[in-house]
Design a protein around this ligand. Sequence first.
Ligand code: NAP
Length: 293
Amino acid sequence: MERSHYTFGLIGFPLDHSISPEIHRAALQDLGLDGDYHLYPVPALPGGRGLISGLLERMRASELQGLNVTIPHKENIIQFLDDLTPEAKAIGAANTIFPRGDSLVGDNTDAEGFYTDLLRLEFPAKRHLSALVLGAGGSARAVVYALAKHGWEVVIAARRPEQAEGLASSLSAASEVSPVNIQPGVLTPDYLRALDPADLLVNTTPIGMSPEVQALPWPTEIPFPPDARVYDLVYNPAVTELVRAARAMGHVAIGGSGMLVEQAALAFERWTGLAAPRKAMRAAIARIAQLDW
Ligand code: NAP
């Protein structure tokens, strides 16, 4: 049922550079809905515990219709919630909370947001596509989960191999994911050079993000996998050094702004039950990108 007023917000810390308010306000405005999206800076636990409980109480009282969650709370928010979607459960992190009956449900829209946007790149029809994922942090969990769920073979290359091993073993335990599909590895030139060529290279590290815009997550001394599409989760700047370098070598390469729109659109749909106006949300990001990215 359509409401007369929506209140959404974001829990995290720090939130100074968040563009979520602009994206969701653009969606509300485009659909002619009354509402707003607030930033709720909440310090890490245990200090932030009272603030989180208070915000969730407001949601139970229908004062808030939806919350996003970001660093440092994506994992520890789970203990405060009544239920999780299969994605949030398998990934072990929630970026979206929505009410269902009397329950508060944690969801993870990063995985579907990434995979939906990834499908803009056309891949050859093969039985098993393969991906090489750089980094094994929070966003890598969602990316690797989405790829493995859709039958991709995934190699995770991380500077701390134990982090890649932890991610591979925890996701292999998730029921939709076949254990043979995820291989942990290390982010060194020798290791990368020896791998079979992947169909997709994904950067989930923050390397290349503003202000360090010249940095590359891929070693300059080795070529990119010959036929790989390249997906950089970094969206600030819109065209990263990795995307620029890959395009210069003839690869199809895109940055993370499409995933940013898609994960926000999916959250908006959980909260409102309405189709999110992705075009207006994309335009909001483009406006901000032109201003100061
Ligand atoms: P995170 O949890 O901190 O994980 C970052 C990963 O990159 C970790 O494995 C980290 O290893 C590794 N890393 C960091 N610096 C490195 C370096 N110099 N060399 C090698 N590895 C390095 O961060 P995250 O939340 O996954 O975010 C990563 C990036 O993705 C950010 O730029 C973020 O803005 C972007 N992102 C985009 C979207 C989107 O919608 N497009 C969504 C989520 C995230 P250590 O643990 O050893 O540091």
